[in-house]
Design a protein around this ligand. Structure first.
Ligand code: AMP
Length: 228
């Protein structure tokens, strides 16, 4: 399944829970790119520049990355995509990729929240560099205020792209390039919307309820071929 939604809405947090509960792989393209940047691989050097200013990394690079990652063993029984697709060409490529493997997208789950709430969350966001668990200075603080609850020796840090000007750019890029995917998946009945506000537990419960609803029928390929 695909987790869709603006930066800061909780895709990573909820995706992690969902993947754990269902035994699926969690595939976060942002996380994969941050690892590549930290290791200064050729991909990391290329992607780092765009990430630092809140722009998207090129579709071709991203599609190749996801094609490889979703073919790995741990994704065989299912996977949650966090942060992919982010553009219509990426969504088209995902459908083609899954059809080639005779797999299908069960659901695109759209997590929504008001922009003021997203800004508030992103400005207070901290993460554990080891397990990537997300915290927030305002509400979901770590027990001792500084270190990960699960890795007490590790100090939490803010993401470089959570600085204010980059956040504004990321939200603008989301509105222009990613928000159209809500319609893209709604058109053929593959979308479910869940409000990403309230406690982590309440949002997760709403996601599980949304997933238990009747499964949307996958459209025949032919009817999607001419779609723009
Ligand atoms: P995220 O962790 O999902 O917020 O992603 C962090 C940054 O990585 C984004 O602002 C983009 O620069 C880049 N990125 C992650 N996923 C994608 C994608 N599917 N397409 C293009 N760029 C991406």
């Amino acid at each position: 399944m695909v987790l869709l939604g603006p930066p800061g809405v909780g895709k990573g947090t909820q995706g992690r829970r969902l993947a754990e509960q269902r035994g699926w792989a969690l595939i976060s393209t942002g996380e994969m790119l941050r690892e590549a940047v930290a290791k200064a691989t050729p991909l990391g050097r290329e992607a780092g520049r765009q990430m630092a200013v809140g722009e998207l990394v090129g579709d071709e690079v991203m599609i190749g990355l996801v094609r490889e990652r979703t073919a790995e063993r741990d994704a065989r029984d299912g996977f949650v995509l966090d942060g992919f697709p982010r553009t219509v060409p990426q969504a088209d490529a995902l459908d083609v990729m899954l059809a080639e493997r005779e797999q299908g997208l069960d659901l695109a789950l759209y997590l929504s929240a008001p922009e003021a709430e997203l800004l508030r969350r992103l400005s207070g966001r901290l993460e554990c560099p080891v397990c990537k668990r997300a915290y927030n200075r305002a509400d979901t603080r770590p027990r001792d205020g500084r270190h990960c609850d699960d890795h007490p020796e590790v100090e939490l840090r803010a993401r470089a792209d959570d600085a204010e000007p980059t956040v504004r750019k990321r939200l603008e890029v989301y509105r222009e390039q990613t928000a159209p995917l809500v319609d893209y998946y709604a058109r053929d009945g593959r979308l479910r919307e869940v409000k990403g506000v309230g406690s982590e537990e309440a949002v997760f419960a709403a996601i599980v309820r949304a997933m238990e609803g009747p499964k949307p029928a996958a459209p025949p390929r032919a009817s999607r071929a001419g779609r723009k």
